[in-house]
Design a protein around this ligand. Structure first.
Ligand SMILES: [Zn+2]
Length: 278
């Protein structure tokens, strides 16, 4: 697997992003007068160190902390490189470290699960970080892309790092650990803060504006709504791709259908064969 990191690119005064491979993940950097915060940490402890060094060189103030937006390897696995600083993330990341999903991801990047670290300052709902002349707000708006998405808000600059609640370079990753029904509500939390001049930095791809965010929110909502509708019509999972009206490409929809059907089945919604009355 090829690991690399682009130089940090200035987005707004004191705010940068870099892109880390292998996953093309956005790494954020927010500097105030007394310190700088790194947003997401890359795919390995080694990459985390590279990010920390690059961030320190660019920020002009010491790196004082790092925040992880959610428990996926490309955002999370660099955290050990920041463990001597204050590190933030949703409290569910602590349990995530013990899961099979994280163990599988760790094997993919040649790591043992015990080489990973949880955030040392976990949060349940919200936290404010003081960087001197600037403050940053961390907010968990509810479950969406994962159980523990944290959004990073820089109010004075109107910049919001959304993690994978939004993606620009590809359709959003609606994996088995997402919460399809609740995801739009988590995005509503973000959209409530967004102004015309707000820059939204997605987990992957280029920064976007509120029109993009509104559209992607509607698309994610439409996936769930369409599956719910098809189940009501008695359409089985195997037929859903062909029958449904979908906001994303066929590969994306084929990948999410088992998750969507399973999540609706958990609510007692399953396709029933209609009896034909003679
Ligand atoms: Zn993710």
């Amino acid at each position: 697997m090829h690991f690399s990191l682009t130089p940090f690119e200035l987005l707004r005064p004191g705010i940068w992003r870099a892109v880390a491979q292998p996953a093309g993940v956005n790494i954020g950097l927010v500097a105030g007068s007394t310190g700088a915060l790194v947003v997401d940490t890359g795919s390995s402890p080694e990459q985390g160190e590279q990010i920390r060094d690059a961030a320190a060189a660019v920020a002009g103030v010491p790196v004082v902390g790092a925040v992880v937006t959610h428990a996926h390897y490309d955002h999370f696995f660099g955290l050990p490189a920041f463990d001597d600083l204050t590190t933030y993330g949703h409290e569910s990341l602590i349990q995530a470290l013990g899961t099979e999903a994280v163990a599988i991801d760790a094997a993919l990047v040649d790591l043992e699960p015990d080489e990973l670290r949880p955030p040392n300052r976990p949060l349940s709902l919200a936290r404010m970080i003081d960087l001197g002349d600037r403050h940053v707000e961390l907010v968990h708006f509810g479950r969406g892309h994962t159980a523990g998405d944290v959004v990073v808000i820089v109010p004075d600059a109107q910049v919001i790092f959304t993690g994978d609640l939004l993606e620009e370079s590809a359709p959003p990753a609606m994996g088995p650990d997402c919460f399809l029904k609740e995801w739009p509500a988590a995005l509503d939390g973000i959209l409530g803060l967004v102004r015309e001049d707000t820059l939204l930095v997605p987990g992957h791809g280029n920064p976007v504006d509120r029109v993009f965010a509104f559209t992607q929110r509607a698309q994610i909502s439409a996936v769930y709504g369409q599956v719910e509708h098809l189940i009501g019509e008695g359409v089985k999972p195997d037929d859903a791709l062909a029958v449904g009206d979908w906001p994303f490409d066929a590969d994306t929809i084929a990948a999410v259908l088992p998750t969507a059907y399973a999540q609706l089945a958990a609510e007692g919604k399953v396709p029933r064969t209609r009896l034909r009355l003679l």
